[in-house]
Design a protein around this ligand. Structure first.
Ligand code: ATP
Length: 207
């Protein structure tokens, strides 16, 4: 079974940036957000159940999920939010598990799970948990600059997510992403080396 490093962090902490740097060094990425997008895109495996649950009002012309409409609905109605999660979460788990299994020849898998702290099943699957930590003011600056969301909107998202302390509690490794990329690269090199060693030790222990 492949060695899996689960990567998590708050909104705008730098998960995607960091994950791509690990991928450039040979890690295979499995991104639960990308899987969720595929599942709810045109012809996505979750779309029949989503359409049955919420009707055509949440569909785009191409048959994919209208994320803005769905977000509005889920924000206003907690029952709709949990119904959507009941449809998507098991499928995301199934697909990410299949992607991890398919990557058995990879040096190791980096499984990107934004809501890792909130979902125990991914933690059980992970051999190692890497948390991307970042100053909260910097998270807000990055997300507002990138998305055009207001400071208040970003703060509301952050308030609904796990806290920095909760993430650090489940971490085996913490990568502080408060500086520029130059500061990050040696840290990533060091962690990558460590993951190669741990993956190799797991492989040999399994023989
Ligand atoms: P989200 O939770 O919204 O998916 P994320 O955690 O994946 O975000 P990124 O998309 O990697 O975060 O980073 C957010 C923004 O901050 C991006 O515009 C990215 O280019 C920038 N950024 C991340 N890390 C750094 C860094 N070390 N130096 C400079 N810019 C950075």
């Amino acid at each position: 079974m492949s060695f899996v490093v689960a990567l998590t962090g708050g909104i705008g902490s730098g998960k995607t940036t960091v994950a791509e740097l690990f991928a450039a060094r040979g890690a295979v990425l499995v991104d639960t957000d990308a899987i969720a997008h595929d599942l709810s895109g045109p012809q996505g495996a979750a779309m029949p159940a989503i359409q049955a649950a919420f009707g055509n009002a949440v569909l785009r012309a191409d048959g994919g999920l209208d994320r803005t409409a769905m977000r509005r609905l889920a924000f206003a109605d907690p029952v709709a939010k949990s119904k959507l999660e009941e449809i998507l979460h098991p499928l995301i788990r199934l697909h990410s598990e299949a992607c991890c299994a398919a990557a058995e020849n990879a040096p190791y898998v980096l499984l990107v799970v934004p809501l890792l702290v909130e979902t125990a099943s991914y933690r059980r699957r992970a051999d190692r948990v890497l948390v991307i930590d970042c100053d909260e003011a910097l998270q807000i600056t990055r997300v507002t600059a990138r998305s055009g969301l207001s400071v208040e909107a970003v703060q509301a998202i952050m308030a609904a997510q796990a806290t920095r302390a909760q993430r650090r509690e489940v971490a085996d490794d913490v990568l502080l992403n408060d500086g520029g990329l130059d500061a990050l690269l040696p840290e990533i090199d060091g962690l990558h080396q460590r993951y190669l060693e741990l993956a190799s030790a797991k492989l040999h222990a399994g023989r």
